[in-house]
Write a protein that binds this ligand. Structure first.
Ligand SMILES: *Cc1c(COP(=O)(O)O)cnc(C)c1O
Length: 500
């Protein structure tokens, strides 16, 4: 990837009223934004100057050495820091303008929104198709394998299992469905207790409840942000004191990186608790060279539209235990018994992936390594470009880990972190950039109020801290270099406003 040309900085658009028309033309040319912001020494906006203003001045015979403050006055149209993207868009449309300066409470100009930005949204993680998906889907159409199941499903299962170093795999209609099946296959049912990472998407925990069991949530560790071995130790000890042996543990590999399996697994093994790895976000990652998703008794992947590869919607349950995975396939197709008629003994689901979507998945799997490389580059780019800003704590990649940086994420390590985080997210949203808070931990969700929770250390709730100050940045592997550069420029300005 060639280094992108650096975008003109916001600061280069600010000019003094003494600047001449000729100088303004040169500056407009150099900055190429179509607008300059004329400010007094306190950065209060006096007016804007556009290409059109200078053209009209020339036609009116105004000399090129005239200072900008001698041009006919036009009161600038501005918005405050609270304005949403929609409000800015409305102002642009109503007044036929392409630029809207943003003023802070002291009327200083702190930002500029352009029509160009509003015409193109930067997504958190958009689907990124390769060259093989369409031909594979066409093949599915031509062979009339549109129905669920078919040769692409079998091949996708084989190829994914091979990719993560597990012997067997069952393709499902979503990652959530695979989690539900996985927990059921581990025997989770009413009155059971299941350990689960707190810092995760709600889909990791919901199947526990849906099976009638009770989740017990475990905090994150401050470095890599996945399950804290210290918190797990506390949880196991406290449950053992109460005479409770958890039926299973859902360990989430957060934001494209494996949890500290080398520390977590021995604790669970000793307590006799089987592990279901929620690897929905970590396909393509490894720990000590071993693929993420190969550590638990079972593991789950997701191919939802925002994941590192996608089938538009889909999931996979993987494991080494052939009868277990065969049972997953049976349960996912309404648990039909082998008979000519429809015979049912077990309670089943309609959870199977369709052959058409499996064809997409096979194509996506072929470009997985490229997607990983690009996402890692994007993360490194952010870290480099924002290195001068204090108070950012990036999600670490501990020794032995190789993550995918599915989402580039940092947490603000400053007082009033959540207020600053929201100010930054509002700023980005006004520029049509999608960024998100870090997952809101399950132990803070109204849905899971009253569930037990074990902190990393007494009085140190790491996942709450990460939520309050945490931001996930646009990380899509198909983000263009200029788009990434623009987001970096916005982040520098937005962070300065939010943390200054
Ligand atoms: C996306 C995700 C899921 C759910 O996967 P779906 O395919 O959307 O059902 C589960 N767990 C985690 C951690 C996820 O990020």
């Amino acid at each position: 990837m060639p280094e992108p040309m650096s975008a003109p900085s916001f600061e280069s658009l600010l000019v003094a009223p003494q600047l001449t028309v000729l100088q303004a033309m040169a500056r407009l040319d150099a900055t190429a934004q179509g607008v300059l912001l004329v400010v007094d020494p306190a950065r209060r906006l006096l007016r804007t100057v556009t290409d059109g203003d200078l053209r009209r001045a020339a036609l009116a015979g105004i000399a090129q050495h005239t200072p900008l403050d001698a041009l006919p006055a036009v009161p600038p149209l501005t918005v405050g820091l609270q304005a949403s993207m929609r409000e800015v868009q409305q102002l642009m449309d109503q007044r036929s303008i392409d630029h809207v300066p943003v003023l802070d409470a002291e009327n200083r100009v702190v930002d500029l929104v352009t029509r160009r930005e509003l015409s193109r949204r930067t997504y958190l993680s958009a689907p990124h198709l390769g060259d093989d998906e369409a031909p594979l889907v066409r093949e599915a159409f031509e062979s009339n394998w549109i129905a669920p199941l078919g040769p692409h499903v079998d091949a996708f299962e084989r190829e994914l299992a091979q990719c993560v170093g597990m012997r067997h795999a069952a393709a499902t209609s979503s990652g959530t469905a695979a989690l539900h099946l996985g927990l059921r296959l581990l025997g989770v049912g009413p009155a059971d207790v299941v350990l689960c990472s707190s810092l995760t998407f709600v889909a990791s925990a919901n199947p526990i409840r849906q099976l009638g069991a009770t989740p017990v949530f475990v905090d994150s560790e401050p470095g890599g942000w996945s399950m804290s071995p210290a918190a797990l130790r506390h949880a196991l000890a406290a449950l053992a004191r109460d005479g409770v042996r958890p039926k299973a543990a859902v360990i989430v590999n957060l934001y494209g990186q494996s949890a500290q399996m080398d520390e977590l697994l021995p604790l669970l093994e000793q307590a006799g608790v089987p592990v279901l790895e929620d690897a929905a976000e970590s396909l393509g990652a490894s720990l000590h060279g071993r693929p993420s998703g190969s550590f638990g008794r079972l593991a789950v992947f997701s191919f939802n539209g925002n994941k590192i590869i996608t089938t538009s919607g889909g999931g996979m349950l993987v494991g080494d235990d052939e009868p277990l995975i065969a049972h997953a396939r049976k349960l996912s197709t309404q648990a039909r018994e082998p008979a000519r008629h429809y015979e049912h003994v077990e309670d089943g689901y309609n959870y199977r992936l369709s052959n058409v979507l499996a064809a997409i998945g096979r194509g996506q799997l072929r470009v997985l390594q490229q997607r990983v490389e690009r996402r890692r580059e994007i993360f490194e780019h952010y870290v480099r470009e924002l290195s001068a800003i204090a108070g950012l704590r990036w999600m670490e990649e501990p020794a032995g880990h190789r993550g995918t940086r599915w989402l580039s994420a940092f947490a603000l390590q400053l007082p009033q972190a959540s207020r600053r985080r929201d100010a930054l997210l509002d700023f980005l949203e006004r520029h049509n950039v999608e960024a998100r808070p870090v997952w809101k931990p399950m132990h803070l969700q109204p849905l899971y109020a009253g569930c037990r929770y074990f902190e990393h250390a007494p009085g140190h709730d790491v996942s709450r801290e990460l939520f309050e100050g945490g931001v996930c940045l646009p990380s899509g592997s198909n983000m263009e270099p200029q788009q990434l550069e623009h987001v970096c420029e916005l982040l520098r300005r937005g962070l300065q406003l939010a943390t200054g």
